[in-house]
Design a protein around this ligand. Structure first.
Ligand SMILES: [Fe+2]
Ligand SMILES: [Fe+2]
Length: 242
């Protein structure tokens, strides 16, 4: 958790939990590409914004982050084009192959144990996240990833349905990642951390193992996007447009 005061610099927020920058940018007093060495106090002074209110808003997103799920260094070093391909080949493909299997399994197990309220909720959550992820993946591939490819290959961005700046789709993607993180947390709680009860049959065990792997894959996938792809895409656009 970051210690926040009016002397904290925007650069510190940029390295903190990602939600804080989103809040700062939403106030309109700091934009992508502005000098991150400015302090919160200076920004508020310049824009006539109450620093106490801003600090309160930022504090709501100042949450302790879980330990990084993977070594991120190789992905930071990877050419941007390769990184996008890696995410599509590994994580998007994994989801497209496995979401139909997982939604099938949760429905089956919930139907076989019709009185079990937690299984019913788990099934609802699984159907919901699978539906949302389908459009999330398409949105990433058609808008953000297409823009990143343009930047990497041509140095410019062709407008997509999400405009002509990577910041637009990135803000959407981050919000959807937050929603997915909440759903995963709920699924962990509903299954006691994917622990099979003593009377669980083979399908039930298979379902839990499958969702546990899905959870793990999602954490890695979102970490690579939030922590590497999104900042690098913003940097690439800044570098080319300035
Ligand atoms: Fe993705
Ligand atoms: Fe994503």
């Amino acid at each position: 958790m970051l210690k926040l005061t009016s002397r904290s610099k925007v650069a510190e927020l940029q390295n903190g939990p990602p939600g804080m920058m989103r809040i700062l940018v939403s106030t309109g007093i700091f934009r992508d590409g502005d000098d991150p060495e400015v302090t919160i106090g200076e920004l508020c002074w310049n824009f006539g914004f109450n620093p106490g209110i801003l600090l309160n808003m930022l504090q709501s997103a100042n949450i302790r982050e879980e330990a990084p799920p993977i070594d991120i260094a190789p992905f930071k070093a990877m050419p941007l084009l390769e990184l996008v391909e890696h995410i599509e080949d590994v994580h998007h493909r994994y989801l497209r192959e496995n979401l139909p299997v997982l939604t099938g399994l949760t429905s089956q197990v919930a139907a076989e144990h019709a009185g079990d309220e937690r299984l019913a909720v788990l099934d609802t959550e699984m159907q919901k996240i699978a539906f949302e992820l389908e459009s999330h993946l398409a949105h990433e591939e058609e808008a953000l990833f297409a823009m990143v490819r343009d930047l990497a290959l041509r140095g410019t961005v062709k407008a997509t349905r999400c405009g002509d700046a990577v910041g637009g789709p990135i803000a959407c993607m981050e919000t959807e990642h937050d929603a997915a993180t909440e759903t995963l947390k709920k699924m962990r709680e509903l299954t006691d951390g994917y622990t099979a009860p003593a009377d669980a049959d083979e399908t039930w065990q298979q379902m839990l193992a499958g969702i546990a792997r899905f959870d793990q894959d999602m954490i890695e996938h979102m970490y690579k996007e939030n922590r590497v792809l999104f900042p690098r895409a913003l940097d690439a656009q800044r570098g080319k447009s300035r």
